[in-house]
Write a protein that binds this ligand. Structure first.
Ligand SMILES: NC(=O)c1ccc[n+]([C@@H]2O[C@H](COP(=O)([O-])OP(=O)(O)OC[C@H]3O[C@@H](n4cnc5c(N)ncnc54)[C@H](O)[C@@H]3O)[C@@H](O)[C@H]2O)c1
Length: 484
């Protein structure tokens, strides 16, 4: 039986920490609407303890060899894999995502990140630059105390995607989960301690935006990495700029997925399903503008409708369920608002569109066809299971329309013509492209956005650049020269 009420709201300085004077935050199971736990927002004293302990632990941690830091991260990865089922059940309670998903995509991805960056920790190094007799060497140094701020769609994965590279580079982290899904990150903090991390190295404090803002504004903090919406990311960027802090911004999107007439149709339909309905559409990189070349439009919609018969919306803890509820009442209302706008603006509803008549925040996977570029459902990030199908004729036209957005997170193309696939990938103004695939985000590959979808990259070697800084050391081998 998975315990949903955590031992305390926060995990600070290596131990559970409670301060019930902070605002109470109910944790709601989205499948039923029931309150399954309560945590309290961090008070100034909890925030202070977290930052002070992180500052202490960071010095001790940075003094270790990379191989020693890596060993702790790899042990944590092993513990997560051993406890995957329990962690996945908790993630399902926290988010409402079906267990069939959380078993493979959440704690397991966290374990991958810890293992990957644990392996890299021992390889971090500077370079040696010969200047004849004199030379320069560079030292790759940690930034110090980093703050991580999470969104609610992948709480455990986000906590690890930020924590693993930060720790590998010799930083400490204070992580603030989304107030909607506060549970998973606490488990990660506990596991890192068990794996041998020093007390205070990875702290979790709960709260809304104000707690995030308090952390970013503290002068001890060197960097902030946030996963969230563009408006929140903008505020975080402004606050960080005031203190000249490093940032990683993983923000929203309205990504295009383009299906050419020569595509393998079933595979393209799979891509569109993955890119719109996995995690009930609550994925930042979703390909929600599905451009289908005119000649195959009816076939595409026909196959898609067939495949939608396979949706199983039931108890998320039953592994046969493959489509869960929205994370919250509010998120469902936002989605319903967009569905109403789509109808109002003349899009054709092909599937779904209704909420289910049962407790919890359920809504059907929804498909609109005959969508045009100016409609709200084609312009704005919905962050729910609403697919917009748009028609197109030529490659040139569709690339221009795909790029005509302020967002630049991801894009996908389905075609059997590989040179066209690579041409499209080169032309997309986005951080992550998919050719004949969609929404696969292995920890080995850099992930992040262009344009308003963000700054910096998570995962891959690229993340190291965002959690470390270089120091150049000039070494004079002869007597020092001066003009007088
Ligand atoms: N690019 C990515 O990797 C990625 C991944 C998942 C989600 N997202 C995006 O996240 C959004 C959905 O998540 P959300 O609703 O939790 O986003 P949100 O922007 O509402 O909140 C994100 C986090 O920021 C905190 N926050 C709010 N105001 C703050 C402030 N002033 N200072 C510091 N922190 C503050 C929130 O408490 C929360 O923890 C979508 O736009 C989605 O596209 C992006």
């Amino acid at each position: 039986m998975t315990e949903t009420q955590p031992k305390a709201s926060h995990f600070v300085n290596g131990a559970w920490r409670e301060d019930a004077s902070g605002e109470a935050i109910p944790v709601i199971y989205p499948a039923t609407g029931e309150v399954i736990a309560t945590v309290h927002a961090a008070t100034p004293s909890v925030i202070e303890e977290a930052l002070a302990s992180a500052e202490r632990a960071q010095k001790e941690w940075a003094a270790l060899r990379g191989v020693e830091r890596g060993r702790v991260l790899r042990r944590a990865a092993d513990l997560i894999r051993k406890r995957n089922r329990d962690l996945s059940v908790l993630e399902t309670y926290d988010t409402g995502k079906p267990l069939s998903e959380t078993l493979v995509a959440d704690a397991m991805s966290a374990a991958d990140a810890l293992e990957y960056f644990g392996g890299l920790a021992a390889t971090l190094s500077g370079e040696h630059i010969q200047l004849g007799g004199d030379f320069v060497y560079t030292r790759r140094e940690p930034l110090g105390v980093c703050v991580g701020i999470g969104a609610w769609n992948y709480p455990t994965q986000i906590a690890a995607w930020k924590g693993a590279p930060a720790l590998a580079c010799g930083n400490a982290m204070v992580f603030k989960p989304s107030e909607t899904t506060p549970l998973g990150a606490l488990r990660l903090a506990e596991i890192l301690m068990e794996a041998g991390a020093p007390a205070g190295l990875y702290n979790v404090v709960q709260g809304m935006g104000a707690v995030g803002a308090a952390l970013i504004n503290d002068p001890r903090v060197a960097k902030v990495s946030i996963t969230g919406s563009v408006p929140t990311g903008t505020k975080v960027y402004e606050a960080a700029a005031k203190g000249m802090k490093h940032v990683t911004l993983e923000l929203g999107g309205k990504s295009p997925l383009i299906v050419f007439e020569d595509a393998d149709l079933d595979s393209a339909v799979s891509g569109a399903i993955l890119g719109n309905f996995y995690s009930t559409g609550q994925v930042c990189s979703n390909g929600t503008r599905v451009f289908v070349q005119r000649g195959i439009k009816d076939d595409f919609l026909g196959r898609l409708s067939e495949r939608l018969k396979g949706v199983v919306m039931d108890d998320p803890l039953d592994e046969r369920t493959n489509f869960g509820p929205m994370v919250s009442q509010r998120q469902r209302e936002i989605v319903e608002g967009f569905i109403a706008k789509g109808l109002e603006e003349g899009a054709r509803l092909v599937a779904g569109g209704r909420r289910l008549n049962r407790p919890g925040f359920w809504i059907e996977p929804t498909v609109f066809a005959d969508v045009t570029d100016g409609m709200a459902i084609a312009r704005d990030e919905i962050f729910g299971p609403v697919m917009s199908v748009l028609d197109f004729d030529s490659e040139e036209e569709v690339l221009a329309r795909a790029n005509a957005t302020e967002f630049g997170l991801a894009a996908g193309v389905f075609t059997r013509d590989l040179s066209r696939g690579h041409r499209m990938a080169a032309g997309f103004e986005v951080g992550t492209c998919f050719i004949n695939a969609y929404n696969l985000t292995p920890v080995e590959a850099p992930f992040g956005g262009m344009k308003r979808s963000g700054i910096g990259r998570e995962n891959g070697h690229a993340a190291i650049e965002h959690y470390s800084q270089l120091k150049s050391v000039y070494v004079g081998m002869g007597p020092a020269w001066a003009p007088f």
